[in-house]
Design a protein around this ligand. Structure first.
Ligand SMILES: [Zn+2]
Length: 299
């Protein structure tokens, strides 16, 4: 396996599906046409890294970087399952080696460094490889004077199976992003459900512009843990995108269907070398990606 993009999603198969947020029975095709959002309440379903690439980048422009990196098991960690087993299972389920997928690609013709943390890979938690890819992504953006865009999906926060090594990544990613920003580079953070723990306490919160998908759970410790610790009832909607926007932590909330165009606008505001007009988009076809994977899988 060199690298591969899987389209595994969080929803079961069938013509109809139940929205976990509003509990309405919704027609799967309508959900899919809405880029995996509920037509009733706009709940955003979990999607794979491949779908993010399809939705946001110009067709066939994604070139992966740092794909040689693969986690080791530094602590010989064993819980119900060993860390090695968890990694293997996640690799098989997602088709890629780690939760972070980084590369270069184009948005409306503008070259960017693009990163996605896949929530389907050990809850998108940040171990040494995820941290290293984020730091290298920021360094690549710095070296080549490119905007950095990272789509988070790190419900797992820092990866406990790597102990202190995963916590090191908070400082490393933050330093690399600061260096990019100090040099005048731009970092756009897109926060998706859920982004928590060490990820939210470092790279995910450092965007020059921070955009979130609606109803995403964003925070450090989970709401249940906080409620038990402070022994107080938490305000309604605590740690949701809407709550954080109201309290000044986010710049914008953006529906997934509008996210690409929003990123185009942001790049236009911030990049002097942005191509003037967007070429009409070809339909993003998954077949080409699948074909690419096949070739790369054999290398
Ligand atoms: Zn719903």
């Amino acid at each position: 396996m060199r690298w591969a993009l899987s389209r595994k999603r969080g929803a079961p198969d069938g013509l109809w599906m139940k929205c976990p947020s509003c509990e309405a029975m919704v027609y799967r095709k309508v959900v899919e046409e809405g880029l995996h959002t509920c037509p009733e309440c706009q709940f955003h379903f979990r999607i794979s890294a491949a779908e993010r690439v399809d939705h946001l980048l110009d067709a066939d422009t994604f070139e992966p970087l740092f794909e040689e990196l693969e986690s080791i098991d530094p602590l010989g960690f064993k819980g119900k399952k060993s860390y090695k087993e968890k990694l293997k299972k996640a690799q098989e389920a997602t088709g890629h080696r780690e939760a972070a997928l980084f590369g270069t690609g184009k948005i409306a013709g503008k070259q960017v460094v693009f990163g996605i943390i896949d929530p389907n890979f050990i809850m998108g938690s940040m171990g040494s490889v995820v941290g290293e890819k984020i730091a290298r992504g920021a360094e690549h953006a710095y070296d080549h004077k490119l905007p950095l865009i990272i789509i988070s999906g790190s419900g797992g926060g820092a990866r406990m199976e790597e102990g202190i090594l995963s916590l090191f990544q908070m400082a490393k990613t933050s330093a690399a992003i600061k260096r990019l920003q100090d040099a005048g580079g731009i970092y756009i953070a897109v926060l998706t459900n859920a982004t928590m723990g060490g990820s939210m306490a470092s790279w995910a919160a450092l965007g020059d512009i921070t955009i979130a998908e609606p109803q995403a759970l964003l925070g450090f410790a989970g709401p249940r843990v906080i409620a038990q610790t402070v022994r107080q009832e938490l305000p309604p909607g605590f740690q949701t995108s809407e709550f954080l926007l109201e309290h000044g932590f986010l710049d914008q909330i953006c529906h997934r269907k509008e996210l690409r165009q929003r990123l185009v606008s942001m790049l236009r505001y911030t990049c002097a070398d942005m191509p003037v007009a967007e070429k009409p988009q070809q339909k993003r076809h998954t077949a080409k990606i699948a074909k690419t994977n096949k070739v790369q899988a054999g290398t």
